[in-house]
Design a protein around this ligand. Sequence first.
Ligand SMILES: *Cc1c(COP(=O)(O)O)cnc(C)c1O
Length: 511
Amino acid sequence: MSDIHVLEAVVITLSFRDTLTYTMNSEIQELCERLIPAGYIQQGAQARRIHENKIRHFLQQRKLPEEGWEDATIELLLQEFSLMDSNNFPGNCGVGEREARIASGLVARRHFRLGHGIGRSGDIAAIQPKAAGSSLLMKLTNSMALDVLKLSGVQLVAGCFVVPMATGMSLALCMSTFRQKRRKARYVLWPRIDQKSCLKSVLAAGFELVVVENRLEGDELRTDLVRLEEKMKELGVENILCVLSTTSCFSPRVPDSLEEIGSLCQKYSIPHLVNNAYGVQASKCTHLLQQAARVGRVDAFVQSTDKNFMVPVGGSVIAGFDKTFVEEIGKMYPGRASASPSIDLFITLLSLGAQGYRKLLHKRKDMYIYLHQKMTVCAERYGERILQTKHNPISIAMSLSKLSSQDARLITEVGSMLFTRFVSGTRVIASGGTESVIGGRTFRNFGAHYDNYPCPYLTAAAAVGMTTEDVDNFISRLDKTLSKYYRSAPIERPSCDVKDIPTNKGEADIV
Ligand SMILES: *Cc1c(COP(=O)(O)O)cnc(C)c1O
């Protein structure tokens, strides 16, 4: 029986032979009825059937449920899955070198006794015969991930799978797949994004980075399409592995001009890989992807599971508009893979449901507006301003021009003082023009996406899961920090501490 048939058979077992697997076995029910009044047992069985119906519906549709599930339903399904894996078969006699033996009970529970991981040595999306439950979980997670990508705006997406590697490694896997068809290629064209993982992903895949510097337009740093096309002609199409573009990034850089890059890639027949690290949460990024695929070429795009779906770091989703090609990437994955990121995403998506995720997306948009307003007030108080980067839907930058831009130390101090005040995630960028060597290459002002941005600045991101309390605390601590450096801050300007901010009692201790 082929892999698919094994899976289909299991799904059919789960969906239709429910008297065996799900509904409390009628014999057991009868036995229970001899112990306590039958009416109570029937009521209990009826309550159980509510969970089972959700599970049946889910297995029939294989879609992200509209409404989120209770933990009890999710646990019931996970329990059923783990009982189907051979390591949990009563009396199983494993004589292989990999039998999902787990020494610690704590570790076994942390993984719901699913120990076999996902995939087979030659394909991360293959069914594992020893682990029907883990295989089901993998298939269903990938299918829900596809729904969530569509829901967030990439309606044309045709296939995707979860990989137990963060975004950088997954980008490298995609590039290794491109190599199979482009043996001569040595270069990856890279509109500059100052995030080390992107750069390292190119080096890890064994390619040479060709940096395409950004273009400053107003306050925004945008893709230099003219330079990009020049590079394509200059290096020779067959020598170029792909263009690696980016959607989500720190302001004042904005998402790359994806449509235009997609068109250029189509025109010159060069693969296009998109780093959509935290772009699933922003409709601007997902629409760019959708449009780029419509008018041009996008071979694959990669997003982080932790940044978009609020799970621990460790996974990403590799997706594309050509199902067969996405499958090819899965076949490049060497060996079996950890199921952990899939389990986390499986639980999270079932728990949120489509409604829950949509709600998070709306809330994030509101938080962006709120953060923008609050940062604007705070900036004005110190004679600074918010950089005009309206094409960046997540990250907001505030100038720090009044801090002597010659003295990079002061700027860095602001950053570390915020950190000691328990503010994490802000980035403070000086405009001094220091050089650093990253992956064997010299960059000027690495972190700024640009050699000489006109002013120093600080960034903050309105990412999924952020609360008004996070914003309020950030602004109040930012205000305290800046007041130390901007001694001449005009007092008559309104304070950043607007009345409706709940006061943080512990804050006085945080210096
Ligand atoms: C997070 C991120 C990455 C990838 O980092 P990983 O640690 O590999 O997930 C790449 N690019 C950008 C823009 C990112 O934000």
